[in-house]
Design a protein around this ligand. Sequence first.
Ligand code: ATP
Ligand code: MG
Length: 728
Amino acid sequence: YFRGLEQAGIRLNPAQIAAVRCTEGPLLTLAGAGSGKTSTLVCRTGYLLDVRGIEPSGILLLTFSSKAAAEMRERIAGLPGIGEYEAGRIQARTFHSFCLWLLFSQGGQKEIFGDTRRQHIQLQQIMRELSLQDAYPPENLLALLSSYKVNLMTAQQLPEKSEADRQMKRILLRYEAWKEENGKIDFDDVLTGAHAMLKQRPELLERLRRRFTHLMVDEFQDTNLLQYEIVKMIAAPRNNLMVVGDDDQTIYSFNGARSEFILEFEKLYPKARVITLDINYRSVPAIVGLGNEVIRHNKMRRNKTLRAANGGSLLPAYMRPDSADDEANEVVEFIRREVAAGRREYGDFAILYRSSSSNRAVLEQLVIRDIPHIDYGDGRLLYEHWLVKPVLDHMRLSINRRDFDAMPSVLPTLYIARDKGMAHIRETDAGRPKKGPLVHLLTLPGLKDFQLDKIRQRLEMIRSLKGLVPAAAITQIRQSFYDAYIQAGEHSEQTSHREMLKEMLDELETSAGRFDSIVSFLAFVDDMLLRNQQTAAVKSQAQGNRVALMTIHKSKGLEFPVVFLIGASEGTLPHSSALGADSLRDTRVGLEGDASYAEALEEERRLAYVAVTRAKEQLFVSSPAMQRGKKAAVSRFLLSAFGQDTSASDAASRAEFGGRRVGAPDPGRFGKVRTGRMGRADAQPGSSGQSRGAAAPARTQSVPVWLCTSDSCVAWTRIMHSKDMNAA
Ligand code: ATP
Ligand code: MG
């Protein structure tokens, strides 16, 4: 079998072979990024089929994302001696899809309630029934419920310590009852439902145990208790269970993932074989070295250092552009040139970022230059997002009050139903056309006084926009209906939804800042929307060969020849939500204050590690000096990888982002870091001599800076507005 693999170009190392051969009993493989964990799972599957003669339907492979599952199926189908038919009979799925399959195979009649907006509406409805109108943001309630469910608890067990606790519990108990009565299940219920079914129906569990003789779990570090329980139940009593993971890549702890399960696994199965892999086959040495340096600074981890198997002298490049737009321009222009010169294909590139709204600038550049790309987010431009559209539509109405297409999105922000409002406007306007048909809303029957006031204010606001520059207009608009909503969350828990909305609006303002009139900004937006529709057609033609855009979360387990990690600035990576200590309070039960802050920061650092280790040959990291209209310091994760002390930037960021413990920022040192001067790491930490002596670089000049760290020598190139990153 192994000779066959070699002939097919897959040459496993002795540790991998040992893992493949160990087919009975529990097996744990803990290893760093790119060390061949997933490859080992794939080859082990082939071995089970080919050598051990296991039925394909007896193998259950679980992983985290559907993209990873699809890739795994593809790689299995590509193994020598495995036909498509066999590969197709293996269950290689995400936890979620496996549980869904389980429920439906047992005649589950329930309707999946997958749309978060519908969940929100239902919760709001319940709050109204309980006279608790809008007392709690629905997304907080759902996060709370979810954190209990993934830890095998139910809404019954929610705390009742305070009045707020009791109210939330009442709402959530009602929500659970409502779903039950109406035959609906939501995302988490798929897992809880499957788990409950296995517990209640021993005969079913028995059948599954007989069928699935061999279980494997990839990305084990990101499983939560609920998922882990399901796996353990099905694996018992044979326990032919192989789990692979990397504690440094736990990036879903907001979903209840605990890398501690790795330790727990060894306790639960004292006879488990443990096989470690420590050779990285993915990346060139300098990238492996950088990955080691980035993650080394986390305290809560198992110590491990990867060696690089591959040669290659390409070095990671670093850039500190002025803004995200400059950054996007450099990145996309680089891609275009590489492809034009025949050195690369579009499919070789991936652009990674911390949060989904930070791809606005690169997406625009790709669309403008007609470069085939695929966005693994929702594929929409910022301007198409349902939360951003109302803002743009207010601007449209300010320059054309008869823009009927712009009206529907404005209505919900006035608490008026779209259909009813539009029907009334059109009807009234047909009889007595007014210059601004929105005025007709004032005659809509059944309005309350506060609504009439709101409409008047809004009409006035729209009129007032006319003379403003677009960025100022956006500020006005968001103040009139979004900011109150965003701020409402700041006093209780920061929530991801509000955070996302705020980020999008900041990003929109930044984008608009490039234009001096509303008309020119909207013309640009419309042009982008049109082009994006056209490239949608191109996209489908250029199957596969496209630049990939995704969040770091989505990139887990994947690899690309060239990776751009954009937005590596404080406030973005680490993300401001982690710097504002409270964000994880909901989901990390039992962790408070500094402990939760430290946890959150370590998770952010793991994200940086995951991003950096996706690159095979070339890695570009950039930290714009301005992010979403604010000055942004270089990410502490880069600085610490360069051996610089980051405590000052920590204190300053915590002050800025509202962390609980606010230290005294050292403006001198922080300021210096912020300029992006990177000195030699072997200079005295924090000494101001780091960049003294060297003349300030001219803006078009590139200045290579060498940084020697303890066990790797990484060369970094600082490029400012360089025309050619490669030459630099
Ligand atoms: P991650 O932690 O990012 O999920 P991983 O440990 O699962 O990484 P793989 O994706 O399996 O790593 O492998 C990384 C790369 O190394 C892949 O391109 C794979 O083909 C290659 N690889 C794995 N094992 C070997 C080997 N023994 N010899 C050569 N290349 C290998
Ligand atoms: Mg993997």
